[in-house]
Write a protein that binds this ligand. Structure first.
Ligand code: ATP
Ligand code: MG
Length: 667
């Protein structure tokens, strides 16, 4: 924890200080990994506060909710807790959500609107498509619509622009999709950026109000913003350009999700008086680690030239572990971590294992569990993505927004009621003819009478529950309400019914308790349920849980911005990193940036592991070490072979030292 205190004590270098104090106009800090960009943002927030800016008029934008939380904590240490709480530190999406909550009328939404997640969008598209398609088709459609929104293209414009029957069909689905969202009083994730951008662009009064409201804007990880995010930023700050953006083009790793590193260039075009500051000292990595990182990224073409140097010593060699297969790899790494932690009296959270794809985590999880090392998985299936959590959220959403038909359809089906597809279809037709939502239709006695007797009664009961909960919501906070809903809906019994494995039973119950606890904590009683339901939908977008003292397991993508004393990069094989798809399509540069991001997470030691083979479709497949390994300077790297004898020797040594320690304790 000593590291936490450091930023307050260690002084900034001259370039950092210049960046913190520069307020004369727009500023871009362009610098490599570990050079203190994020630190410049936190220090600058503190400086703005000291020089009289009001906390609620400063907006800082980070890449994940977690990064936002960390930044708030860092500022709290530099200034005060109260100031940190009123600061607006959030992701672009959370900022957009806040904008829409305040400006819902301008955006054509009613109070209590819903934010649909990817699953909900998927369901709607499935419903709107002419006939059953392969599920990739819906994903593709979703991407297409997302891209259209990113380009600022309305359905009407898309219809006009369509040049083939297929394009026309896609545009029609886009139009129907937007209409459906409107009826649901809902927005999707892309709308969280696109709608505020449009409102700001088209409505002067709102635009002026927001430019007045925000006195300064700071953006971290600027290289991974997409087009709409950039335009949103531009609308918010206006021609005055009171903003600081920090970024590193070498760490742009989200192009596949629409990120546009060209935005770095665009800034210099749109703001001719933009000041650019470069930081060149890396404070994170040992000399050898930094040399490897520089060597690797040197193979990519560059928009901007930058060099990085480090005042730290050379440090240990980068180790390449040669393993038989991924299981062997996982066991070896788990053993190394357990040993190293003891030997160095380190924290579990000083260690991270990074990989290219989520599926690689399984073997590692298993090995860590066997080694009794606590671990935390990020970038994988996050808490809010779990089915049971999403089920309960559907109930909450429907309480907050009775027009949310997607939530209705999810809630009405768990736990199982005697309400079948036929009843639901009938209900949908009746709702359609009356132009009301499913829940509103379900509440109508007239509608209930037109359904068959038993399902009709069930529908009436279901609707009655919601009337009761909406009333309850006026008396209690979201946490208590959730506990009530879980009980009264029958979800509590449903959750564990038919489960024989006590462990999964316990895990699901824990998840429910965790959800209630989380809502109780974030429920400050002032926002009301509708705002909270929106917050929840948004949180599911990225990980929320505090990793605590645990080994971090993370995808390379999710490791951006973080640092650890000891890092293992696993599966450094051709086909894994670089990814096979990228090799086939010749997209090696983004993979190399990903590799660069991985290397630069390490402060003291870096180990890369390579398996000789892996099981695929039940057969053993031989693997080749990653082509990127050849880009590392030979003198900084040490190979460790797959030598069973030596490994056994190491193991004995580890065990002995373990015994020695225990013996020590007994003395
Ligand atoms: P990334 O590109 O990975 O996001 P970054 O440029 O944002 O990296 P930071 O995370 O801000 O870098 O800083 C890296 C490390 O260097 C942190 O531990 C930070 O506390 C430390 N650091 C930053 N500036 C200084 C300084 N002037 N003196 C000492 N340490 C510093
Ligand atoms: Mg950073």
């Amino acid at each position: 924890q000593a590291l936490d205190l450091m930023p307050a004590l260690v002084s900034l270098n001259p370039e950092q200080r210049a960046a913190v104090h520069y307020l004369a106009g727009p500023l871009l800090v362009l610098a490599g990994a570990g050079s203190g960009k994020t630190r410049v943002i936190t220090e600058k927030i503190a400086e703005l506060l000291r020089s009289g800016h009001q906390a609620e008029r400063i907006a800082a934008i980070t890449f994940t909710n977690k990064a936002a939380r960390e930044m708030r904590e860092r500022v709290a240490k530099l200034i005060s807790k109260e100031a940190a709480e009123t600061l607006q530190v959030s992701t672009f999406h959370a900022l957009g959500l806040r904008f829409l909550s305040m400006e819902h009328a301008a955006a054509g939404l009613r109070r209590g609107f819903t934010v649909l997640d990817a699953d909900d969008s998927f369901g709607i598209l499935k419903d709107l498509s002419p006939k059953a398609q392969k599920s990739d088709v819906y994903d593709l459609l979703r991407q297409l619509i997302g891209r259209a929104k990113d380009e600022g293209l309305t359905p009407e414009q898309a219809l006009k622009a369509a040049r083939s029957p297929r394009e026309l069909q896609a545009a029609e689905i886009y139009q129907a999709y937007q209409q459906r969202l409107q009826t649901f009083n809902a927005v999707d994730f892309d709308d969280l950026i696109a709608l505020p951008e449009r409102v700001l662009r088209e409505q002067e009064a709102v635009r002026l109000r927001w430019r007045e409201k925000l006195s300064y804007v700071l953006v971290d990880e600027y290289q991974d913003t997409n087009r709409t995010q950039y335009r949103l930023l531009k609308e918010l700050v206006g021609p005055r350009g009171a903003f600081t953006a920090v970024g590193d083009d070498d760490q742009s790793i989200y192009a596949w999700r629409g990120a546009n590193p060209e935005n770095l260039n665009q800034l210099t075009v749109d703001y001719p008086h933009l000041k650019v500051i470069k930081l060149e000292q890396n404070y994170r990595c040992s000399g050898r680690i930094l040399r490897c990182a520089n060597a690797v990224i040197g193979n990519n073409p560059h928009l901007f030239e930058k060099r990085l140097w480090s005042a730290h010593g050379e440090g240990d060699h980068i180790r390449i572990l040669n393993c038989r297969d991924d299981q062997h790899e996982a066991e070896r790494i788990a053993a190394e971590i357990v040993y190293k932690r003891e030997q160095q009296k380190a924290l579990w959270s000083d260690f991270a294992i990074l990989y290219r794809g989520n599926h690689q985590a399984r073997a590692l999880e298993q090995a860590l569990r066997l080694a009794r090392a606590p671990y935390h998985l990020s970038g994988g299936q996050a808490f809010f993505d779990r089915a049971e959590v999403r089920d309960v959220l559907a109930y909450l959403r429907l309480i907050a927004n009775p027009d949310d038909d997607a939530a209705f359809l999810r809630a009405v089906q768990v736990p199982k009621r005697e309400i079948g597809t036929i009843t639901l279809e009938k209900l949908a037709t009746l709702a359609g003819s009356k132009h009301v939502s499913l829940l509103k239709a379900a509440e109508s006695i007239e509608v209930q009478k037109q359904l068959a007797a038993r399902p009709g009664a069930q529908i009436a009961e279901f609707a009655g529950l919601f009337r009761h909960w909406r009333e309850a919501a006026t008396r209690m906070g979201a946490g208590d309400l959730t506990a009530l809903v879980i009980q009264e809906s029958g979800y509590a019994q449903h959750l564990v019914a038919g489960l024989r494995d006590p462990e999964s039973k316990a895990r699901r119950e824990e998840n429910m308790q965790e959800l209630v606890r989380f809502l109780r904590e974030s429920d400050k009683g002032r926002d009301g349920l509708s705002a909270l339901a929106n917050q929840l939908a948004l949180i599911s977008f990225s990980d929320r849980d505090d990793p605590g003292n645990a080994v971090r397991l993370s995808t390379l993508h999710a490791s951006k911005g973080l640092e650890f004393r000891h890092v293992w990069l696993v599966g450094v094989e051709d086909g894994t990193l670089p990814h096979q798809g990228a090799i086939d399509e010749g997209r090696l540069e983004e993979e190399r940036r990903l590799f660069y991001v991985g290397i630069t997470r390490a402060k003291e030691s870096l180990t890369m592991s390579v398996s000789q083979q892996k099981k695929r479709f039940g057969e053993m497949e031989r693997l080749k070490p990653s082509r990127f390994l050849r880009e590392l300077p030979e003198t900084d790297v040490r190979q460790e072979g797959d030598d069973p004898e030596r490994e056994a020797e190491e193991k004995r040594e580890r065990n002995l030292s373990h015994f020695a320690r225990i013996a020590d304790l007994l003395k």
